[in-house]
Design a protein around this ligand. Sequence first.
Ligand SMILES: *[C@@H]1O[C@H](CO)[C@@H](O)[C@H](O)[C@H]1NC(C)=O
Ligand SMILES: *[C@@H]1O[C@H](CO)[C@@H](O)[C@H](O)[C@H]1NC(C)=O
Ligand SMILES: *[C@@H]1O[C@H](CO)[C@@H](O)[C@H](O)[C@H]1NC(C)=O
Ligand SMILES: *[C@@H]1O[C@H](CO)[C@@H](O)[C@H](O)[C@H]1NC(C)=O
Length: 307
Amino acid sequence: MQILKALLFIFPLVWVTSAVTYHRTDQIIDAAFNTAFDYQAIVDPRLATDESYINQTTATSRNITFASSDTFILHITPISPMGRDSVRMRSRKTFTSHVAIFDVRHMPVGCGTWPAIWEVKEASWPNTGEVDLVEGVHGQAPNQAALHTSAGCTMPSSTSGMTGTWKETNCNTGSGCNIAFADPRSFSASFSNNGGGIFAFERTDQFMKVWLFARGSSILPEVLNRAATIKTDNWKPRAAYFPNTSCNIASKFAAHNIIINLTLCGDWAGNVYPSSCPSTCTNHVNTNPAAFKDAFWDFKAVNLYAP
Ligand SMILES: *[C@@H]1O[C@H](CO)[C@@H](O)[C@H](O)[C@H]1NC(C)=O
Ligand SMILES: *[C@@H]1O[C@H](CO)[C@@H](O)[C@H](O)[C@H]1NC(C)=O
Ligand SMILES: *[C@@H]1O[C@H](CO)[C@@H](O)[C@H](O)[C@H]1NC(C)=O
Ligand SMILES: *[C@@H]1O[C@H](CO)[C@@H](O)[C@H](O)[C@H]1NC(C)=O
């Protein structure tokens, strides 16, 4: 006991930062997606004129979203005379310190697609911060995780503590501070052809961390089974690590909603359209319905934890 006390005295920070036990607050599976999230039938905020977001009644009746057993699928409309309809889902709850585990079987693949799983408080963006956990365009792997903030939040150029690499370390830029994942199975076809995987995210006032556990890799049982209580200390490998060293996370990030969206074209996928893709983004969306058959999300579950 005395030795333990002495150790606690010498290493109080180690104790404080490594002993957090998280408790499961939400298990979102099957039709629970339809009550945990609101469908935002809004004009696309990112100027994507090639799709519009529809409400839950319309999405369900047209089978744009589909819930059954451990499957929640979010498609876009396969054929539409002008553009396509999609869904943008925003969690009803908001989160500060938390862990989120996204077990995903398939993510949207293909030219013109811009899927994302992210967390944000939109009303006063960027002053309240944005965290992009899964994002990319045109099916180009690997995944990139990013933070967007107001001025005065930067990241160290060191990559210690993660397998990813920095693409940008200033979080107040167009791309945000962002990290390219080392594993190509983190995005699009290489992710989906492997049966998907589990993305996990931890946010505290000291750091943000993102993991990818590819399907078939050795995954800790508490992650795989989304246990009722978890500790993240032994989770490896860590794909992305955003420390608070020169960024005051508590003041740069407010309580966030989780958003799952599938944009087509828009101000990233539309403006940065590769020559390897057919035609223009808009024309491709409007005239090649068959090319979008794999533009869907398939979630096994989303589980949320509070400290
Ligand atoms: C959903 O959208 C459809 C099509 O725009 C509209 O007719 C319907 O009233 C909406 N339903 C709800 C509940 O908002
Ligand atoms: C709705 O979508 C699901 C998932 O893609 C599919 O399995 C099902 O057959 C579709 N239902 C109809 C009526 O098209
Ligand atoms: C989709 O998600 C990404 C996440 O980073 C975001 O930048 C983009 O604005 C979103 N698009 C829409 C239309 O919500
Ligand atoms: C980062 O977190 C540590 C530990 O909580 C704290 O002492 C420090 O002030 C934080 N740094 C910034 C820039 O907020």
